[in-house]
Design a protein around this ligand. Structure first.
Ligand code: FAD
Length: 444
């Protein structure tokens, strides 16, 4: 039996190769697990359902989808098909590790073998270590060691000749559902990738920071659900494509950090930040609402937050800007923002999300120095120089031409109707953020 989780594809899937070697017949299973899916909002769930639909199509409809606790459901299904082994790709997240331990134990009681092959990463988290066996805490040396460690070429699994067993139980139907904003599935992932290689790879190094341009791969939802394996991407990259290789390595680095320190999904990696003073009470709740709705009066922040609500996705540069604004201009805890992102992002991934938030907040691994506070207006002018990105998402500013869109209060006649003035004075809040940071340092 092959239990799909974060690997909704047939190409480059080592667990499928292992399963096929063991038996010419296999049942394909997916479990809708509410513990994992509860924090996910509509964009991520629609995308998941779309991916399950396309995977089911690839398996001639022979994908059994059940809902429930995997610790009960997986042994139940294994028993129904008299499976001798259950094959998976390793899940290295905190919940996945606990769950898999419990599922493997429940299967063992019934004499069913648990077999893990591969993971959603080029190098499985936990493997890249310093000479003394300690994990890396800083990206650049991790990156060098990760490159030295290397990885196998893509597994030739799509040619595996497994006969997929007709599901013996009635499962959940995935036949219908709304069309997600990102086209779901493995074939779509490969089309997105091939188009990127043809049209955008050459300019990635310069365009990747420009939210007004389609400069990045847009592959994060596909990597999140395993419609494509990073090894497939890495194998296609020409030698010079260092910028993209290193972005893919950031994904691996954060997964590695979370593997070693699972508590950092909720807690500061740098414990000195436990002493950081955050705003609270009705004023903080109201500020948080304005941020969530994209009504801060800072156009690049508002454009990003509205893009998130509309599309379930946000450009990386803008993710950094809105995160910095929440933490350093509004003085709210990073985990408030991280929770909101996890609810709305189609690519919401615990390791990448929580640890990028911590990176911006200054509490993470080789974090952006806390005293480097993004000025949202300057960032907007620099990375959206003609204002096109802002105008795309902030309807009230659509009539404002050029880069003037980044400072609407300075327009003749002030802010256009319906658009709020800046909710804070950035220069003052910057000083406040630095003072609070200083207090954290002093008490260490
Ligand atoms: P590309 O630039 O084309 O990069 C290719 C791939 O590399 C991405 O798909 C992603 O898998 C990986 N990658 C790129 N940058 C990073 C990074 N900084 N950290 C980890 N992996 C990276 N990414 C997620 O996949 N899920 C999240 O939940 C998530 N939350 C984030 C929260 C914050 C506050 C910040 C600042 C960043 C977050 N990121 C997250 C990282 C990054 O913003 C997205 O991966 C990227 O915007 C996705 O677009 P892309 O696929 O076009 O990226």
């Amino acid at each position: 039996m092959l239990w799909f989780r974060r690997d909704l594809r047939l190409r480059d899937l080592p667990a499928l190769l292992t399963a096929a070697r063991r038996s010419p017949r296999a049942l394909a299973l997916y479990v809708l697990d509410d513990t994992l899916l509860r924090p996910a909002g509509k964009p991520r769930l629609d995308f998941l359902h779309g991916c399950l639909r396309t995977l089911s199509g690839q398996l001639d409809g022979r994908l059994l989808v059940v809902r429930g606790d995997p610790v009960r459901e997986v042994p139940r299904v294994a028993e129904a098909v008299e499976a001798s082994s259950v094959h998976v790709s390793t899940d290295t997240g905190p919940y996945g590790r606990r769950r898999d331990g419990a599922v493997a134990a429940a299967l063992a009681k019934r004499g069913v073998e648990w077999v893990e092959t591969g993971s959603p990463y080029a190098v499985t988290p936990g493997r890249v270590r310093k000479a003394d066996g300690e994990p890396y805490r800083v990206f650049t040396p991790f990156y060098r060691a990760w490159l030295r460690h290397g990885w196998r070429g893509p597994a030739d699994s799509s040619a595996s000749t497994v006969e997929w067993i007709e599901p013996p139980l009635r499962g959940e139907s995935v036949a219908d559902g709304p069309d997600p904003l990102f086209e779901p599935g493995e074939a779509a992932a490969m089309r997105v990738w091939e188009r990127f290689l043809d049209e955008r790879l050459d300019d990635y190094g310069t365009d990747r920071d420009r939210p007004d341009r389609p400069g990045t791969t847009l592959l994060s939802p596909y990597l999140r659900w395993g419609c494509v394996h990073p090894r497939t991407l890495l194998a296609d990259l020409p030698d010079g494509a260092e910028a993209l290789r290193s972005e893919l390595a950031w994904r691996e680095f954060h997964a590695d950090v979370l593997w070693h320190r699972p508590e950092t999904a909720r807690r500061n990696y740098d414990e000195r930040f436990d002493r950081m003073r955050h705003d609270s009470g009705p004023g903080a709740d109201e500020a948080f609402r304005q941020w969530r709705e994209g009504r801060t009066g800072f156009p690049i922040v508002d454009a990003g937050m509205r893009q998130l609500l509309a599309e379930g996705w946000m450009h990386n540069r803008v993710r950094m800007i809105v995160a910095s604004f929440l933490v350093k201009d509004l003085h709210l805890p990073w985990w408030w923002g991280a929770r909101h992102f996890m609810r709305h992002l189609v690519d919401g991934d615990l390791a990448s999300n929580q640890l990028n938030w911590q990176w911006v907040a200054g509490s993470g691994t080789d974090a952006a120095p806390y005293f480097r506070v993004f000025n949202p207006t300057t960032q907007g002018r620099k990375f959206d120089p003609d204002g096109d990105y802002v105008r795309r998402y902030v309807a009230e500013l659509r009539a404002v031409p050029g880069r003037a869109v980044h400072e609407p209060v300075k327009l003749d006649g002030g802010c256009p109707e319906g658009y709020p003035p800046p909710m804070v004075d950035h220069a003052e809040e910057r000083q406040e953020a630095l003072a609070r940071y200083g207090a954290v340092q002093d008490t260490s």
